[in-house]
Design a protein around this ligand. Structure first.
Ligand SMILES: [Zn+2]
Length: 48
C-alpha cells in the first residue's frame, strides 16, 4: 500500500492499494471517497 497524498478536504491519507486508488483525483486534487461523494460539504441536507 502506497501513500499517494492527503485528501484536500479532510486531510485523510489516501493510499494506492494494488493499483486501486483509495480515493479520487479531480483536477490534480486528491480526495478520499467520502469527500468525493459529497461534492459540497455544506449541502448534505439537500433532497435527492
Ligand atoms: Zn476526505
Amino acid at each position: 500500500m502506497e501513500l499517494v497524498g492527503n485528501c484536500e478536504r479532510c486531510g485523510r491519507k489516501v493510499f494506492c492499494e494494488n493499483g486501486f486508488l483509495n480515493g479520487v483525483n479531480e483536477n490534480n486534487q486528491l480526495f478520499c471517497f467520502p469527500c468525493s461523494e459529497s461534492s459540497d460539504d455544506s449541502r448534505e441536507e439537500s433532497n435527492k
